[in-house]
Design a protein around this ligand. Structure first.
Ligand code: 4NP
Length: 144
């Protein structure tokens, strides 16, 4: 799960998807394309909305996406097109690039990008949570 900062959207996506899959079979992680917050926990507003739905994401630590992730992971879900192009630029070949998908392509919500809630209010985090939750439900059905 990849976003820009790895403190708002992708930590939610990591927590939500991990909660829906068999942890013995599926490993979920998240990363950011930028390194501004490396080592930090998720944004308190993401932690709060996750807690509201029974998930604890407070122990996640921000990291930056690395080219090694193309080898480590079978699927790379990005939150928006900007993430997509940043990650696609790092792919070494078509096989790696083909692993990248917009998260919301998994569902039909009428939008294909998860908006960045960083500069908005709490309701942005709730909306983002609901979108990510629906997409992760569809992914989990395929993986389980
Ligand atoms: P995220 O949100 O990509 O969903 O983690 C952001 C977090 C931090 C910043 C931008 C987006 N930032 O500019 O620091």
């Amino acid at each position: 799960m990849v976003c820009l900062g790895n403190i708002c959207r992708s930590p939610l996506a990591e927590g939500i998807l991990q909660s829906k899959v068999n942890p013995d079979k599926v490993f979920v992680d998240s990363a950011g394309t930028a390194g501004y917050h490396v080592g930090n926990p998720p944004d308190s507003r993401s932690v709060a909305v996750a807690r509201k739905y029974g998930l604890d994401i407070s122990r996640q630590k921000c990291r930056r996406f690395s080219e090694m992730d193309f080898m480590e992971f079978d699927h790379i879900y990005v939150m928006d097109r900007s993430n997509y192009s940043n990650i696609a630029d790092l792919a070494a070949n078509a096989m790696e690039a083909n692993k990248i998908k917009l998260l919301l392509e998994e569902v039909d919500l009428g939008i294909d990008e998860v908006p960045d809630p960083y500069y908005g209010g709490e309701d942005g985090f709730e909306k983002v949570y609901q979108m990510i939750d629906k997409a992760c439900e569809a992914i989990a059905k395929k993986l389980n």
